[in-house]
Design a protein around this ligand. Structure first.
Ligand SMILES: [Zn+2]
Length: 200
């Protein structure tokens, strides 16, 4: 299924990355170019060192250490997940909580995460929204496979100001992340609770 709003999501990504770089110490890639080319809209960013947290341990880079396995290394995974959790809780969330706005979205464009797209009825006067990444999971947390520490966050196309409850929708484990979405999609009560937050 094609994603909604191709142009806006690309420009939102570029604007959000620049905003995060200007407003926080959260490591995100610099925007090199944004525009429209022969293949559609594009944003080019610098590369962030490392690999997605979701791929950590597939090939262990420190296999000589005790407790590590050459492939499918659970020791690497456990350490990287613990590091990412600390990073999100201590470095990312406190800084995002300080970025507030009276309107949802970002720069006039609101690109909600997929779980609210279908039921979105925003014209809200809620006094305070906080800046959310919108898709903060192990596929978007870049991690150094040697040190197992977070190197940066990527993929800000869903970023913007949303109710603070949205900031809590994150998980550093693949399973936890997809369970979170499954819970939302399969639980009318949970989905309703979150989309109501947009309307209150
Ligand atoms: Zn390992």
């Amino acid at each position: 299924m094609a994603k909604k709003w191709p142009r806006q999501r690309i420009f939102n990504e570029a604007a959000a990355l620049q905003f995060i770089r200007d407003s926080t110490t959260i490591p995100v890639p610099a925007v090199i170019a944004v525009g429209e080319g022969p293949d559609g809209f594009f944003v080019t960013t610098e590369l962030i060192d490392g690999i997605p947290l979701a791929d950590i341990g597939e090939k262990c880079e420190v296999a000589t250490l005790p407790g590590h396995e050459k492939t499918k290394c659970s020791a690497c995974q456990a350490t990287a997940i613990a590091n990412a959790k600390t990073f999100v809780e201590e470095t990312v969330l406190p800084q995002l909580r300080r970025l507030t706005s009276c309107t949802t979205g970002f720069n006039g464009f609101v690109n909600p995460p997929p779980w609210v797209t279908e039921v979105d009825r925003r014209e809200s006067a809620v006094p305070e929204f906080v800046f959310c990444h919108g898709d903060l999971g192990p596929h978007n947390i870049m991690t150094d496979p040697f040190t197992l520490k977070v190197t940066g966050l990527v993929d800000f196309e869903n970023a913007g100001y949303f109710p603070s409850e949205f900031l809590e929708q994150w998980a550093v484990e693949v399973k936890g992340y997809y369970n979170m979405y499954k819970t939302m999609y399969e639980s009318p009560a949970e989905l309703s609770r979150l989309t109501m937050a947009l309307e209150s």
